[in-house]
Design a protein around this ligand. Sequence first.
Ligand code: 1GP
Length: 248
Amino acid sequence: MNTIYNRLLEQKRNKQKAFAVLIDPDKTDVATLPSLITLANTSGVDYFFVGGSLMIAPHLELLVQTIRQSCDIPVVLFPGSPAQITPAANALLYLSLISGRNPELLIGQHVVSAPVVKRSGLEIIPTGYVLIDGGAPTTVSYISHSSPIPSNKNALAVCTAMAGEMLGLKLIYMDAGSGADKPVSVSMINAVAGNIDIPLIVGGGINHPEKAYEICIAGADLIVVGTAIEKDPELIKTIGLAVKKASQ
Ligand code: 1GP
């Protein structure tokens, strides 16, 4: 079947690294989307992720619709809460915060929002969300009442990801948090990637093509970049090239 998840599996099988641009609705004016989409289209961006820890702006649906109408790059929701769901997207990362011990974000909110999620008709991708300390307190850590895994505790990250895979989750997303001072370390990515078979997403603090390249080579199957591109959209081009280079 032609699903986003199958595409991710195929990219992984072919050792092709994937690149997602994260759009935070609160930081993105719909009027600026056309130039971003043009850049993304010409730089090999594979996915748009849309979401944020908080959402104040009311234009999630319009933003997703605008992207869908302007290009063929799939839109994957990366929701900070069940309020950030729109059927206008292609797929939803159905996140369970497996690095935390907050039952609400492991299963509680899923129970409450299950009927809405099911009715949405979106492709649902069960995802183990693993927060890693990125050197600065993050909104997601505050909102989720959970502490991240310390950045030097590779074994903790490995066992968390392994448990997520054995519980049946389809993706592992290791995130140092939006605007992290330092991204997830190459050694941690390497250790986790070597112990799971499902695709590994890495995000948080990736702000340079060299970092993007290293992270892909270390074992990330898909990298997510948000903050750095908000600051300098032209980075899409060089990060796109770095991801391509890592796929050769
Ligand atoms: C955050 O992984 C994403 O959840 C992206 O992080 O904004 O630091 O690129 P950045």
